[in-house]
Every structure is written in structure tokens, then in C-alpha cells.
Design a protein. Sequence first.
Lengths: 427, 90
Amino acid sequence: MTATTITAAASTRPSAPVPLAPLPLACDACGRTAGATPQAICPDCLGPLEPVYDPNRRLPSREEIARRPRSLWRYHEWLPFQGEPVHALDVGWTPLVESPALAAQLGVARLWLKLDAHSFPTLSFKDRVVTTAINAAEAFGLDVIGCASTGNLANAVAAAAARAGKPAWIFVPHDLELGKLVATAVFAPTLVRVRGTYDDVNRLCAQVADRFGWGMVNVNLRAYYGEGSKTMAFEIAEQLGWRLPTAVVTPMAGGSLVTKLRKGFSEARDAGLVSGDLPRQYGAQADGCAPIVRLAERGDEILVPEIPQTIARSLAIGNPADGLSASRILRNSGGAGQRVSDTELVAAIRLLARTTGLFAETAGGVTMAATLRLAAAGHFRPSDEVVVCLTGHGLKTIEPVQDTLLDTPTIEPRIREVAALVANRTA
Amino acid sequence: MPTFSLPSVLAAHIGGIRSVATTGTTVDGAIDALVDQYPQLAPRLRDAAGAPYPFVTFYLNDEDVRLVGGFAAAVSDGDEVTIVPAVAGG
């Protein structure tokens, strides 16, 4: 008799054969080098630090990548480390699902949904960035990790900390959706609810990182954290058969997903994995918090912060750190920004559910509603191959669609009551 | 008189001093007084046109100054102007 043992996918490597070493950083604004450091700010000009990759490093072929495990680490040559990662080895490789129905509705050749809403383990694209950040924290010997979050990042950091056995301090606006709060608290971090908006929380966390020296993933570990987002671009290209789509629509909060997708698509092309034009990029925000879209609409270079007023809480960043960079990419790529009302985003969540069987959170509703608006305004061509990025799962934000229960009958367990319902529904 | 609270990355340019009391009746005027005392901070607080340096955000008593009048916002005794690096979050 043969015993079969089923084990969970390894999340943490027991010992690293080659020690993990974060890449050195350099200032994106002034060029000053900073070494490998848990700092995100240039000590001279205060510009953003970015990892420096060896331009002569060996890069893998398509075939070599294809043989690797289906996680974001299959693209490790484009992630900011040398050596072997030790945490979150099993994150990434989310589904890319084609929707002929939505393609027909939008009048484009083909349309796919990139489903980071089904990301392992916490159902949002923030699992990607936390994967690189927690490995950086480990390499720098930072025992405490944390973040400022609109919800999805809180979930991802709390889960990653639990899996890595690290304490976490997580700061969120006090009035986040219940699903986001519970899906953080269940991992037993120190969850701190701050009276204020995300921007208040973000400012506080910049001071927390400065004071306590913790590994705040989107503050002082930001240079390593942000690079995780690039893997979404590599996955899209590989899942399309190493092709680039002609247009990509993403939600925008801080704006970094737009910039990192651009970087990822560019790096894949520079490596010879794909060829052709980079996609036009479109960014979506809610009317009640659309500083990046409004910046792109004005076409100037001065971001005007906003006080968020939208139910799309995961996008409610009024002072986005990467807003200017994202706006430039939208315009220079031939794309645009699009903002939508809260009513439209709720309708789009329901449209997605009915037509694709997928349940997106409010940010996904914003992205889908913006895609519809962009199509109606003539931004897409009949030959376009469009990828719409759904970055978080609807189970986290059920509040706006609770009214779907209003039409739900409640009956006694009697067949005649079902028969009456059937007769009523078919009448 | 208003007081500036500086992040460590700026404090490093002035010997580690994190809190500086200044004069001035507006944020702009208080910055003038701050850079009179510490000229090395000047290029890291305002750009060549005198506008806020893009890599820092100024908060007046916890409010983003851009939302409460910008550099023209009035300041008085007891007010705190906190400077935070802008590249964070999201």
C-alpha cells in the first residue's frame, strides 16, 4: 500500500543555498548611488531610490522561464535581489482570462482580465509587492514589518508576516470596509486604526518608519517593494504567448502600478522576450478621488491633492506618490486617464459578475466602468487586444452590492413554495 | 513662533537637529527664517521658482498645506510645520 501525502506549497525556504542580498539603490532624480539600504529616499536630493540591476547579468530565455515554478520568482532576474528568496516563494502567476462577451461589448478584437483578484494568498495584487518587500526586510535584518494601507496591502502584509513569523504593525484609516479590517486582524498583527484618510495614515507612517526603523514596506522598503509589481507585466506577456497587448487598463491609487507595468513591459522587450510596441496604458480612478486622472486631463505637471470621497476605498489616495510619473506614462503611451462615478463602479461590478462570473472589489468596478467609458469615447480600435487588470476580490468589499440580496426570496422548506416561485418567475 | 519638525533625511544636513523654532507669519515666511538659519536646507524645501520642492510635503498642524492655503497659509505661536518626504505610500 502506498501512502500519499499532500503538503501545502512551500512558502518559506528552510535554508537559502545562496544568501539573499538586495541590490544597491540609486536616486532616480539625481543619480547618486546609495548602496543596498532599507531607505527609499535619496539622502541628498530626497528623490526616489530605485534598484540598480547589472546590465550584463545573464537573462533567461522563454524556454528557461517556462520550466520554472509558476510563481513571480520565475522572473527573478528582474527582481531586486541576488541569491535565493526565503519567503513567499509561492506568490504570483494569477489567471489571465479571456472574455469574448466583453470584447464584443467594447468593440475590440480580444479582451482579457488579469485576475490578481485571485492572487495567493490574500486576493489582491499587493501580494506581489509584499513578496519582494518581506524578502528585503529579511535580508536587512528588520524583524518588524508594517505598512500604511487602504486595505489590500494590510491584508497582504499581515498574511506575509504571519507566514514568516514576524510581528507586523499595520496602519489603516479607521473606517475601512469590514472585510478589509477582518481579513487583516485575523492574522493577528498589531492593527492600528487611524482617525483620518489614507493620506493622514501615510504621513504618519513616514514618521513611524523614521522614528522606529521598522520595515514599512511601502515607505522605507519602497524601492524593493515596488519592483514586485513588474511581475504582472511579465505574466501578462507570457500568458499571451510572449506577446504584448495593445492596451492595458489599470486602477490607480498611488500610481505605482502604472509605472511598474511600463517598466516590466519595457524590460521584457529589452530582454527579447517580446517585440513590438509597448501597450497604450489607461488609468482608472473614481470621480471622488481622481488626482492622477485630473492631472492627465490638464496635461500639466503639478499634482493637486484631493480629499477622497468615494466608496472605492482602495483607490482613495488623494496625494499619490507616483501620480506625476503615472500621468506622464498615460499621456506618452497614447493612453489616457478615466474617472467614473460610484454609481458606475457598482454597476460595473455587477456587469462583470453577470458576464464573466468574476467578483471584483470596488477598484475592479472602477477599472471596468472606466474601460466601458473609454470604449464609448472611442479610445479603443476594432483591432485592439485589451487587458483589464482586476486587482482585488469582491468578497473584500461587499457593502456596495449588498442590495443584490433584495430580490432574494426566503421560503419555508416546502415544495409548493418553490413551485409558486417558479410559476411567478416564468409568468 | 512656529516650529518645524524635520525628517531624519533633512535633519542629517543640519547636524541631526529634528525640531527648529522659527519666526514668520506664513508658512513661506517661516521657511525663509528656517533657511536663514540653515541655508543648506534651502534647495530641499523650495524649487528655483520658490514653489514647494517636489520631493517633500509640508503639513501645517497635520494638514497638507496645499489644502489649507499653500505657502501663504498663516502660522502663529504654537503651530507646527511638519516636513515629510513625499515618496511614500500607495
